[in-house]
Design a protein around this ligand. Structure first.
Ligand code: BJW
Length: 250
């Protein structure tokens, strides 16, 4: 199937010396990972995911939040990276081989970028494969069996919680520092498959633009940044990214 990519986007990517790509849940949608703000299906349809991603929700009902995250973790482990994840890994590898810079910042907690080969993705919202003690912060990778019996008490008297960033929590300091340094240095910024509603990531396009970068958005639907970016490409990330990367690297 041929995908309609503006020539301006291809030329911008071909000429860029220093690219930052920010990804969100839309990049993993075609792998079968539910996005955050689309309606949930099945046994979780009566819950609003944004209401479960808070420290208050965990304090109020650690078993429910653990069960929801254990369900998502299991679902994610059954998925595979899609053509969009693979195209980003190829772009990164080829740009670096040419002596150009590429930084991947992801809000996704599913580790599909890692599995596609982008092992140095900056995971600003953490990841769901690691869990940590709510008292000591010690990180562990729990087994399916451990997660079957929530909530999971730790030896320190706390609970095991996912190593992700909930609303109102700080982002990992070193990771966000590296992300901001890359944004301030880039000459092309790509916002891919994110609703651009959650800060600080929602402000990255503006930050890159203020630093002099061109900005491109790839999304199935319009978002709050669509009118502000230089180029908006509407459609599926899993179709657009491979076509864009292939043409830019040709
Ligand atoms: C496709 C597609 C396809 C579908 N192809 N596209 C400044 C201003 C206002 C508020 C704040 C602010 N600074 C901080 C805040 C508060 C808060 C915030 O932003 N609130 C907003 C809701 C207003 N931010 C925080 O609390 C952050 N902490 C922080 O800043 O600390 C300091 C501080 C605290 C408090 C006050 C001030 C300062 C932490 C944010 C943590 C977000 N955590 C979550 C959960 C992670 C763990 C988990 O998963 O359980 O992260 S929330 C959730 O949203 C998740 C996602 O990473 C994040 C973004 O979602 P994303 O990826 O954009 O997904 P969707 O579903 O929203 O969108 C999918 C998109 O894909 C859509 O656009 C589709 O169209 C598209 N799409 N299929 C292409 N095939």
């Amino acid at each position: 199937m041929s995908v309609d990519i503006p020539e301006e986007a291809v030329v911008s990517l071909r000429q860029a010396r220093c690219v930052v790509a920010l990804t969100g849940a839309g990049v993993s949608a075609e792998s079968g990972v539910p996005t955050f703000r689309d309606k949930m299906t099945g046994m979780w349809e009566k819950y609003d995911p944004t209401q479960l991603a808070t420290p208050d929700a965990f304090r109020a009902d650690p078993a429910l939040v653990t069960q929801w995250n254990a369900w998502r973790r299991r679902l994610i482990l059954e998925t595979e990276p899609n053509a969009g994840h693979l195209a980003i890994a190829t772009l990164s590898e080829r740009m670096r081989a040419d002596g150009r810079e590429f930084t991947l910042i992801t809000q996704n907690i599913d580790r599909l970028h890692h599995r596609a080969g982008s092992t140095d993705a900056l995971e600003i919202h953490g990841n769901l494969m690691e869990w940590r003690c709510s008292v000591t912060g010690e990180i562990t990778e729990p087994t399916d069996e451990q997660l079957d019996d929530p909530p999971i008490e730790t030896e320190a008297g706390g609970f095991l919680r996912p190593n992700v960033v909930w609303f109102g929590e700080s982002l990992p300091e070193e990771t966000i520092g590296r992300a901001i340094a890359a944004l301030e240095a880039c000459d092309l910024f790509l916002s891919i498959g994110t609703s651009a509603l959650v800060y600080p990531a929602a402000g990255f396009s503006q930050l890159a633009n203020a630093a002099g970068a061109r900005t491109i958005e790839i999304n199935r639907d319009p978002t709050p940044i669509t009118d502000a970016v230089d180029i908006s490409v509407q459609g599926s990330a899993a179709e657009i990214l491979p076509a864009l990367v292939e043409r830019a690297l040709a």
